[in-house]
Design a protein around this ligand. Structure first.
Ligand code: HEM
Length: 439
């Protein structure tokens, strides 16, 4: 169980490449097996690297288990954030989130928007340009979320302000939760309140517009949706929008950067991906179409394999926080009520008994295993907290990759790799040099 109070938390959180288990998990799984106990984040905890047990934990949310994030995470994300909510409160917020991301909206509204925002970024590049992949993918996903959540346009002072504040916020999320002046965690708390005051101001002016019954056609965004939901308080809306922009841009931009990293290392996968997209683009030209539609997206089979493999090795979300709400008996283990559970998603993704040569980037493995069960690959969690933005994230990745491989090839300009802090980051922002291949 490690040291009193801190237990083994520091060893557990020590950073390592996201495509590896890290020394803590490796040594503990070797010594104690895939399910073991420890003291982490100040509480007695069961760590699970076992695919079946992880699924059991996630499928029994609300029955034997509930989400239980540490106080420091709840403080930074807000007590009304979806990570912090459980029971009915969570259900209510989740249904709003899912409505906003329904398949109809994805097809008809978000797909064209994603394409527009991908091109907005890629069209600023030039042959031979050096750039940070992290920075560029973040611009894409941030502007896309800001537009759909609050109709914020790129380049406007308020948009740029909250973009900067989210960067500071993220630095606090990945740091130790030490609340002294000047620490990244304290700065993140400050950034959070700055962002919330911008959202609050926008909310007030939207309410005024609504009261004056002005033409709201341009404002078919999440903010307007929330304001027509009578059950939601101002505080709840603030938290929902804050969390949505955060969850919606940090995760998919990192996943996209990881894809750029792996494709840069694997010319064969890059070429097969490009061939798939050249085929789609050719057919569109023959039909006299220019913009991507849902049918094009559904043809992106190899792309889907690249995305799955990226998420398996990228491990954007390494583990989740749960707590037993009653005594749990699972395959010979007796776990008392109140103990914490950390289902480690990455451990299953990197388990050699499930995935052959687990550290190898091999998108073709998913061609043979098209119906991979939710146990083998769980980048979006599972059960009734399954990521609300999973389909949006897949669509964003596919559309960005479409325009990327049609127009550019790239070389990694400096050594860099995805590191699990446990949230994934590239130390140098993944510097790349891009070369135009559109002609
Ligand atoms: C590759 C990208 C993404 C990954 C890997 C990812 C991963 C996850 C995971 C693992 C969870 C479950 C957390 C838990 O069970 O405690 C989650 C929840 C959530 N994600 Fe994502 N996510 C991604 C993109 C997105 C996007 C684009 C959005 C869009 C808004 C989003 C919104 C959410 C929301 C609202 C929840 C809370 C769901 C709930 O509690 O019911 N995510 N995500």
């Amino acid at each position: 169980m490690g040291w009193p109070f801190i237990g083994e938390t520091f060893a557990y959180l020590k950073h390592h490449p996201s495509f590896s288990l890290g020394s803590y998990l490796q040594s503990h799984i070797h010594r104690y097996g895939k399910i073991f106990k420890s003291n982490l984040f100040g509480e007695p905890t069961i760590v699970s690297a076992d695919a079946g047990f992880n699924r059991f934990i996630l499928q029994n949310e609300g029955r034997f288990f509930e989400a239980s994030y540490p106080e420091s995470v709840v403080r930074i994300m807000g007590e009304w954030s979806m990570l912090a909510l459980t029971g009915e409160g969570h259900k209510e917020m989740r249904s709003i989130a899912l409505n906003f991301l329904s398949s109809d909206i994805l097809r008809n509204r978000l797909l064209p928007d994603i394409e527009q925002h991908a091109l907005l970024v890629i069209n600023t590049w030039k042959d031979g340009l050096y750039l940070s992949a992290t920075e560029e993918t973040k611009k894409f996903t941030f502007y896309m979320m800001a537009k759909n959540i609050m109709s914020m346009e790129p380049g406007k002072p308020e948009t740029e302000k909250i973009r900067r504040e989210y960067t500071t916020f993220m630095e606090g999320v990945v740091s130790m939760p030490l609340e002294f002046p000047g620490t990244p965690y304290s700065k993140a708390l400050k950034s959070r309140s700055e962002i919330c005051s911008v959202i609050g101001r926008m909310m007030d002016s939207r309410i005024k517009e609504m009261n004056r019954q002005e033409d709201m056609k341009g404002n078919n965004d999440m903010l307007s949706w929330c304001l027509t939901e009578p059950k939601l308080s101002k505080e709840q809306i603030l938290n929902l929008l804050f969390g949505f922009i955060f969850a919606g841009h940090e995760t998919s931009s990192i996943a996209l950067t990881v894809a750029i990293f792996y494709l840069g290392h694997c010319p064969k996968a890059f070429q097969e991906l490009r061939d798939e997209h050249l085929g789609i683009a050719r057919k569109k030209t023959e039909r006299g179409e220019t913009k991507l539609n849902w049918e094009d997206y559904k043809q992106m089979e190899f792309t889907e394999c690249v995305v799955k493999e990226t998420l398996r090795l990228g491990n954007v979300v390494k583990f989740l926080h749960r707590k037993a709400t009653q005594d749990v008996h699972y395959q010979g283990y007796d776990i008392p009520r109140g103990w914490k559970f950390l289902p480690v998603l990455s451990a299953v993704h990197l388990d050699g008994s499930i995935h052959k040569d687990p550290q190898e980037f091999n998108p073709w493995r998913w061609m043979q295993n098209k119906s991979a069960s939710a146990v083998e690959l769980m980048p979006y969690g599972g059960g009734n907290r399954l990521c609300a933005g999973a389909e949006l994230a897949k669509l964003e990745l596919a559309v960005f990759l479409h325009h990327l491989v049609l127009n550019y090839r790239w070389e990694l300009a400096k050594h860099d790799e995805p590191l699990a802090f446990p949230y994934v980051e590239f130390d140098k922002g993944l510097p790349i040099q891009v070369f135009n291949i559109s002609n």
